[in-house]
Design a binder for this molecule. Sequence first.
Ligand code: ZN
Length: 346
Amino acid sequence: MRTIAVLVAIIVLSVSWIGSRAESAADIAPGRIVDTSEHDYTYEEMLDDLEQLAVRYPDYIRWSVADTSLEGRGIPIVRLGRDDAPCHMMIQATMHAREHMSTHLVMVMIEGTAWKRMHGVSHEGLRIYDILDKIQLTVLPMVNPDGVEICQRGAEGCRLDETRRWVEEMAARGVSHRLIKSNARGVDLNRNFTNGHGRAFNAVRSKHFYHYPGHQPLTEPEVKAMMQTLIQRPYDLCLNYHTSGNIVYYGCGNAPDSVNSRARRMARVIGKRTRYPLYGPEVSERPNGSWADEVELNFGVPSATVELGSRNPVPQRELSGLLRRNGETWLDLILDIERSKGITVN
Ligand SMILES: [Zn+2]
């Protein structure tokens, strides 16, 4: 009798454990592909995970190389869902090298989304399969792979002699490779776009680990990869992951009100879920050549930027908490995009 009671208790506990796991994108099924343990999530690991994800979810995930970085690394582009979906969202992470925790988070969220779709999980009373059927997610999970390799491995992470010499020079001047935001040419990718290029308050004048916008806009291969991706779909939202602050930026100072108000609406959806405070164009820095400034003004696409974590670089131990807070935001945003376009999910 006691054995039966223990068995029943184990079964009940197991079912509720599976149930609670299924509710969170942060912590999905046993046998998951993307390792959520505290570690530096590397470029090679990401490529390996993408291979495996595409095999496990062949009807939902596919990936290819958008373009190659300065040092010749492929910049992956991931498509979730069908090309002819009525809605589109573009997600990018890790334009800034030392912010590679964002790639880790995005990769876990890609897997969580696919897993929940396959396993019939629901969100807000609707089947996730049906919610995702109306949208394609286009994800650039690591825009700046050269910078990430430098950040994580120093001079050993460089493929080109010129890059290696530069990293060694910076080290000799006491600048740790762990601080790098730029790409392998010392250009801050998130300052290399056209709208307000070179106007950042903290811009530097030459090649540097951070804040050098380049001698003119759109010079960097990684930036060109983003622009190519941008023109391929009529995106309803560009969602961006950076670190740090646990806040959300949205909009752009010189973009039309109609675009900023859509961005505000999206930011509120994120804020409602994560409890992160919101900062709009009224209080943010003026346009300074960032990706958000580009997509809002020149393409009319609303932009929301989530700044993850308490400080830079984000301590590894914060990953699980970040996943808990952010894990459901894609589904919230997708539902809001679909509803705002009058698309019924049932
Ligand atoms: Zn950043």
